[in-house]
Ligand binder design. Sequence first.
Ligand SMILES: [Zn+2]
Length: 843
Amino acid sequence: MKNAARAAALAALLARPALAAAPAPSPSQFLNLEVGADKKLADYKQIASYFQALKAASPRVDVQVLGKTTLGEDMFMAIISSEDNIRNQKRIRETAKKLADPRGLTDKEIATLAHEGKVVLLITCNIHSTEIGASQMAMEWAYALATATDAATKKRLEDVVLLLVPSLNPDGQTMETEWYRKNLGTKFEGSRMPWLYHHYTGHDDNRDWFMLTQKESQAMSRAVYKEWFPQVWLDEHQMGSTGPRIFVPPYADPVSTEIHPLVWREVNLIGSNMALRLEQAGKTGVIYGFSYDAYWPGGTKNTAWWKNISGLLTEVASARLATPITISPGELSGGRKGLVEYGAQTNFPNPWPGGVWRLRDIMDYERLASDAILETCSERREDFLRDMAARSRAAIAAARPNEAYRIPMTVAGQRDRATAIRLARLMADHGVQVQEAGNGDIYIPLAQPYGKFVSEMFSTQRYPEVKLVAGKEIVRPYDVAAWTLPLMMGVTVEKATLPAGLRPFGEPAVEAPRSAAAILPGSPEAAKAINAALRGNGSVSILRTAAKTEGREWPAGTVFLDAAAASSASGKFSPGLAVAAVSAVPSSAEKISSPRVGLYKPWAASMDEGWTRWLLEQYGFDPKTLDNKTIQAGKLREKFDVIVLPDIEKETIDKGRPHREETDMKYFAELPPDYAGGLEKDGSKALKEFVESGGTIVALASSGDYLIDEFNIPVRNTLARVKAEDFGCPGSLLRVGVSPHPVTWGLPEEMAIFVDKPIAFQTALPGLEMERWVLAAYPSDSHDVLVSGWIRGEDRLTRRAAAVAMTYGKGKLVLLGFRAQHRAQTNGTYPFLFNALYWSVEK
Ligand SMILES: [Zn+2]
């Protein structure tokens, strides 16, 4: 059907009175496209139009728009259940909410609610856009449920309200289908895209679920933790092509001991039923206890574990999007936790023998697993509802009644109050109850349903060392090893007892200064106001050395806005920001202009580039993207004051492809010629000219190695060639001492930084033409290095520099050897990056 014809058909369907609804069309009929066939993909707009048609035709289907995506699409969720349940969805939600927070309910009331309530089952698909099968399967499954006439399915729909999200990243679903269609029939059919499939985060869109920076995770979390309170959440993914065909829970070790064991018992029960139904249907290659652990809180349903929800994952082997692949038996491999050698074992009794693997297979496996979870939720309806209340009660009982975290908000008690307010706001967005005292201090009680989530996010981590074989190598954490938010955000929190007289937390109103103003250094939030002021009228100046005016001592790095500049920045002063009205700008302050920021973007889609771009946009730096050709063309100084190289390994910057020996080449495929290559010689030369003529380059983490190689500077990375058995730091918080410098203005003398790469700078005495500074250095005692997470070989960091800066020609270089802006989760170290950008426009 042409678009116009489809729209007309849809309009006709919508116009019909409900009683005379036409029979529901199948997705293939409606879209005039054989859903699930080789080389055929429905895009997000088609999927959305299909669900609207299904809603118009079936009283078992409703559609809720969750919010706008990053690129402005409506992200929707289908609600599928019996006609009665669809009509009574409000009451079902209220019951789910009471069971999620059963405070004040008697045992009898809980039993009655569990007896009468419905399981709310959330199934999210396709957060990773290349893992596209589930977005197609969702339409077929919804159609089957909407039109089923058999007693078994009807019973399931009476017991369960299914919330089905066909794609958690609609923008990426659209990008991938467009890219796939464009390259059909060429050498690049089914190839990867040269850009991120989420506008900012790419694959990391499933690493955002405790920080909630992106619109998609915000919208879904609002529906989960503020509206629907599901008891069970399944997130459907795809994995590599050469191992098992599907992973279902139980998960692999380690397991977080803070999560109620009933979560794992329910997850295991559901997972076992999935495996049973798959096996009965003749599907081989089903595995559990493999690769995916139950310890890390960054993903969709992972965060939910700490909020008493039974969160499940399935991972099905991938084809090349909708293009079939053939795997020969010799190519099948294990090599991961739970399956060292590919072959039959108790958690994998019937290995897939190899052969052709296609989209249809992926969808069939996913459909069986989806039906199986619906079945178990129906059969265990009352159990699952009662268990939810039991888990919530246990979480409340795990803390003393008045046990709390306090976020001090006095000037003396909190260095960066603006970021402290952001942390409190984040907890409130998670559905956590947050309170405040008369003096402004913020309290988070632990005796509440999401108390375990709060303690997980607020305490330090120690990764449990799980070994495949006694005495051998430990199993690396699935993702990172630390997520202690107060340390990452640079916010002081302390254990406390709840005082009396608290009120619900509400963000303080902002009083914008009506005269000239001083902004004290130290909060990344200051950048929003400073950048707005720099783009508006008036003048902005910075103090390079401490000064005393109007009876007050201003530290180096204090930014002064004259009255016109302060007025340009109005609306951009974050609550809690340290701003003071002044009558005049001190004469010793130096005027600065708005730094013109370029951000390097390789065609080997870099998530760190995406996160950095998001962060710089959020804080008002307005970065301009620089690709290889633009840099190679030179004359960069005319347009830019500073160029940021995101955390990208040097070979990818130089040649456009990762270093062969270190990277699993299975995951590297050629890009079409327009996107091949890196900066090469011309790009390196242009960058050198840029700095020699006064520009600044800020190299984040790995890209420091590129500067060290190309610029011949008196710094080396002593861990550049370290072996994995000698050093490992898979995403942990480490301690550094900070030295005063324009790049560190306002930062504390000692702080935590996020490290996930082997980088330790050794500086050497430079020649007379150059100045160099160590900005941050690791402690001299190796016991002091680790703050949260896991590390091996910490003695190799002692006394080494974590960040250095130097002059180079007329310009400057800044090497931040850690993840200063890691996934937009490390507000505490953003000032290293932001200050470096302002330093580029200082004399
Ligand atoms: Zn995935």
